[in-house]
Ligand binder design. Structure first.
Ligand code: IPM
Ligand code: MG
Length: 356
């Protein structure tokens, strides 16, 4: 198979982890005889430095003509404490999502037996937890207009907007995932207070009968936040709006004890995009110490979701698990044992695949 990939390393640790992810991608393509072509493009703070735009049109054109996008991270501390900055790296990320039509963000939450003791929760609560959050990614309060300030600057407003079409397509996506898993879908909203949530719940109730083999239940978002830490094993697939999904997926990722290991996929109308959920981690940039495994597992998701190449994805997962079991891990999870460098972990995983 021919794989045409757009590679967007981005900011912070993005370039370092991407380098390892590409080595892994190449090793897998060699092993399974796929023809790999990839091209790099800029995005985020470094794209602002070069072009003034965090998501330049050349980058967008490359993404549109590729079969999949591998994305590292964006963000730079120099923008975080400057509420007056006119252009921000995050705007690039939001435009990328919107312009690529990436309405469904899939964040699997899984635990790794060797890392259970790093969870802030008791091991018996998290052991075996395995669920998927599907976050709506191109609507809601992130994009609704009007957004801004009053003339005197002392009042600010955001608007949350959802249309039937936006809600329906992400619910169907969530049902598809639930159908391939344990057949349980939890719709998370705040229908007791906000209008958009009431539309979400109404549409979910209309659609549910189309999926009679899937059990649908409904939770208010505050209750869901509680349940994620009290009883994470009760979830299979969870679907929710953009802002709630942003918050809940950070919460969900951290209970595994290994945020540095969790990948994500964003899918929708145009090219799908694969990225680690951990962000740009600027404190570690250039030091060769960050954990490359979430980026590498994002490559596994790319093989599986963008190309339906399941054996390729499985081999990457196997290699990552083997590195964890062999204790070839970066300092965030080394726990007093030997801490390997980012590049050493990437090298180890790549060699595992080559020698398999
Ligand atoms: C995420 C991030 C982004 C978001 C930021 C960087 C704009 O937190 O992908 O979860 O809020 O969507
Ligand atoms: Mg977030």
């Amino acid at each position: 198979m021919k794989l045409n990939i757009a590679v967007l390393p981005g900011d912070g640790i993005g370039p370092e982890i991407m380098k390892q992810a590409l080595k892994v991608t190449e090793a897998v393509c060699n092993k399974f005889k796929h023809e790999l072509k990839y091209e790099e493009a800029i995005v985020g703070a470094n794209a602002i430095d070069v072009t003034g735009d965090p998501y330049p049109s050349q980058t967008h054109e490359l993404c549109m003509k590729s079969d999949a996008v591998l994305f590292g991270a964006i963000g730079d501390p120099k923008y975080d404490n400057d509420p007056n900055a006119k252009v921000r790296p995050e705007q690039g990320l939001l435009r990328m999502r919107k312009q690529l039509g990436l309405y469904g963000n899939i964040r699997p939450v899984m635990t790794f037996p060797s890392l259970l003791h790093k969870s802030p929760l008791r091991a018996d609560l998290v052991e075996g937890a395995d669920f998927v959050c599907i976050r709506e990614l191109t609507g809601g309060i992130y994009f609704g207009k009007p957004q801004g300030r009053s003339e005197d600057g002392d009042t600010a407003y955001d608007t949350s907007v959802y249309t039937r079409e936006e809600i329906e397509r992400v619910l169907h996506l969530a049902y598809k995932f639930a159908g391939q898993r344990r057949k349980k879908l939890t719709v998370v909203d705040k229908a007791n207070v906000i209008a958009t949530s009431r539309l979400w719940r109404q549409i979910a109730q209309e659609i549910a009968p189309q999926y009679p083999d899937i059990e649908t239940d409904y939770l208010f978002v505050d209750n869901a936040a509680m349940r994620i830490i009290q009883w994470p094993k009760s979830f299979d697939v969870m679907v929710t709006e953009n802002l709630f999904g942003d918050i809940l997926t950070d919460e969900a990722s951290v209970i595994t004890g290994s945020m540095g290991l969790l990948p994500s996929a964003s899918i929708g109308i145009h090219t799908s995009l694969f990225e680690p959920i951990h962000g740009s981690y600027p404190q570690a940039a250039g030091k060769d110490i960050a954990n490359p495994l979430a980026m590498i597992l994002s490559v596994a998701l790319m093989f599986e979701y963008a190309f339906e190449l399941m054996d390729e994805g499985a081999l990457i997962r196997e290699a990552v698990n083997a590195s964890l079991e062999a204790g070839v891990v970066t300092e965030d999870i080394s726990d007093g044992g030997k801490a390997y460098k980012l590049s050493e972990v990437g090298e180890w995983v790549t060699n595992y695949i080559k020698n398999k």
